[in-house]
Design a protein around this ligand. Structure first.
Ligand SMILES: Nc1ncnc2c1ncn2[C@@H]1O[C@H](COP(=O)(O)OP(=O)(O)O)[C@@H](O)[C@H]1O
Ligand SMILES: [Mg+2]
Length: 284
């Protein structure tokens, strides 16, 4: 089932002199099985938007429907089972490592499944599974999360979300501050999780990641949806208008076309597809 935003607006500090409308009339749908990117310049409203998906924020106007949960601006219409919703929709904040709090890694990761009703033993099994997924073995179980490296802390925090087996995984700039190999590993993990059936919403600035991993992209500008498209169309549009960069693959493709190769740009969704296109036009 989908996540549906229906005419959603959100105002910070309403009815005060500091009132600020961060979202305006958002109408989008996240489909089951999507790996969708939410992009746009800093301050455009991405984090505000995604926090409506697990009811950390309630809309000021409109409603967000997450499966059978109605996160409505009208309190009377709003669904009550917030805990079930948060079990279903896992949210990884930017710099989730700041949310670690238990004395050891194993307890920290087991916290969510326990909180969602699992017995101790089962929660620990889930924690071990999740830690294995993020590449942290037994030797980490008893360590304090606070004495790990930055990248390890982030992996522990992400394992804590995965341990609850969410149906939707929302990740807010997960690769921010990671080195390229750390970022690639993390994206590889999200790809695996997606292939195993989890719907993923990725907030990012990195258009190369969008190109490589996502099937759909939603561009937010100034609290509004500026466009919805597929990643391979990102060079048709003036992405720079939204402080975004054209994905490297597409700017390279554009240079090849400009240089005289009659490549069909619609075919270019990955490096291997581009290679096939080059081979095709060269054969002629
Ligand atoms: N607690 C807050 N109070 C008032 N304004 C806020 C608050 N949090 C964010 N904003 C403003 O709302 C806008 C959207 O913020 P945010 O959703 O964090 O953007 P993004 O994640 O795209 O960088 C920004 O202009 C930001 O300054
Ligand atoms: Mg943000």
């Amino acid at each position: 089932m989908p996540i549906k935003f229906q005419n959603v607006s959100y105002t910070y500090s309403p009815k005060t002199p500091f009132a600020f409308k961060a979202l305006e009339d958002i109408n989008i749908e996240i489909h089951e099985g999507d790996f969708v990117a939410i992009v746009g310049r800093t301050g455009c409203g991405k984090s505000t938007l995604i926090q409506h998906m697990n009811a950390l924020f309630n809309p000021s106007e409109g409603s967000v429907i997450i499966d059978d949960f109605n996160n409505d601006s009208d309190k009377k219409k709003r669904s009550k089972k917030v805990k079930d919703l948060r079990h279903k929709v896992g949210m990884v904040f930017q710099f989730p490592e700041y949310q670690l709090f238990e004395e050891n890694v194993e307890k920290d990761v087991a916290f969510a499944p326990k909180n969602f009703g699992m017995k101790e033993k089962e929660a620990l099994e889930k924690a071990h599974e999740a830690l294995a997924k993020v590449g942290l073995g037994e030797e980490f179980y008893a360590r304090s999360p606070f004495e790990l490296s930055g990248g390890e802390k982030r992996r522990v925090a992400i394992a804590g979300i995965l341990a609850a087996s969410p149906s939707y995984l929302i990740v807010d700039e997960p690769t921010a501050g990671l080195d390229p190999s750390g970022a690639a590993k993390l994206m590889g993990l999200f790809k695996e999780i997606h292939e195993a059936g989890t719907t993923i919403v990725l907030v990012t600035h990195d258009m190369d990641l969008v190109m490589k991993y996502c099937n759909r992209v939603i561009v937010i500008d100034n609290g509004k949806v500026a466009m919805e498209t597929t990643p391979n169309k990102l060079f048709d549009i003036e992405v720079e208008k939204y402080s975004l960069e054209t994905p490297l693959l597409l700017s390279f493709t554009a240079s090849l076309i400009k240089g005289g190769l009659p490549i069909n740009e619609n075919q270019v969704t990955s490096i291997s597809e581009l290679a096939k296109e080059i081979a095709r036009v060269k054969k002629k």
